[in-house]
Design a protein around this ligand. Sequence first.
Ligand code: ADP
Ligand code: ASP
Ligand code: MG
Length: 401
Amino acid sequence: MLIVQKYGGTSVGGLDRIENVANRVAKAKFKGNDVVVVVSAMSGETNKLIEYAHHFSKNPSKREMDILLSSGERVTASLLAIALQEMGIGAVAMTGRQAGIQTNSIHTYARIESINTEAMKTEISKGNIIIIAGFQGINKEGSVTTLGRGGSDLSAVAIAGALEADACEIYSDVDGVYTTDPRIEPKAKKLDFISYEEMLELSSLGAKVLQSRSVELAKKMGVKIVAKSSFNDNEGTTIAEENEVMEEVLVSGIALDKNQARVSLREVSDRPGVAAEVFTKLAEAQINVDMIIQNASTDGTTNLGFTVPQSELESARELISAFSHDIGSVDFDENICKVSVVGVGMRSHSGIASSAFSAMAEASINIEMISTSEIKVSMIVDEKFGELAVRVLHEAYQLDR
Ligand code: ADP
Ligand code: ASP
Ligand code: MG
């Protein structure tokens, strides 16, 4: 078997933990497998590097940020390879470029375009374990790029797909995907299986156990992911194509996204085209607008509210100031969060959304905005009620049973 194993930041968060990973990797190799390992930076390292850059600049150049940030993963990859060599096991560390990972040129959020597997295959055929620095690649100009936060998950899935690996195991500090973040609701239950689609919703709505892009790619390439813990040998969660058993489950999980901000535009001139212009400009600036609400117009003006990721609030603020002649006042609020209920069963069952609203009402949590799709209901609430809302919804759908 060819196995791709990815170890996240906590799993390689110290020298003793890297040694633990070396032992786990060695075990997989001794069982007769070919093993390709993808590693993250030590936990906290990427944030520390970002802080270093912000010491010098509020808005550091993204090209240089990518060189800086890619270094964290190189440290762990080389240390793990050295640890394995010391155990008498053939191992080679590779950067993203050495592993053949070609991306586009969107620095700090690059997309993988292709993987040239030649170098990896040569090392595998020599019997070596390959340790790849995750989260990075190289663009056509030869500059280092990174794949967005949590991007080592994406490296692992892409490599598993390109090598047609038999398994893609993603190791973190939790032993699988739970009905909600077990740090928020200790009664959360581990799922044996979850569909790509539900996992994609959960990750894009805030569950960071898997990076959403990695789930998207896994679905596209048909890579089956197993999420496991590097601290025990518990059975993990399999993320794969939806099947009948999954459809019987009404709600699979609850996600919380605290990285949201709301923009409220008041007294917007009520003439055709203002909303279109605002949202076109936001889209052109790659700002991700999520929920949108427009009130009925009174006195020839209307109010317009929408949410954006907190990290994009500054850009949104600058952009909207250009519309001051058409907008009475603008208000920005970072003290909100988004709670979401996700489940493919919603497609075939009614009443799921209304029971979410009732549960929130009973707990006296005010819902400020709502959006729904076929398989999710998202609600914006005051940030201070976010975790309570997660527990209330978890209970309402009896996810602890
Ligand atoms: P790594 O650093 O290994 O990539 P992450 O910190 O990115 O790991 O992801 C693991 C974390 O995801 C867990 O510690 C947990 O708090 C969080 N998490 C959020 N939602 C869920 C969920 N539904 N199931 C499991 N873990 C979750
Ligand atoms: N180190 C990077 C991050 O923290 C990538 C990763 O861990 O997957 O976002
Ligand atoms: Mg992660």
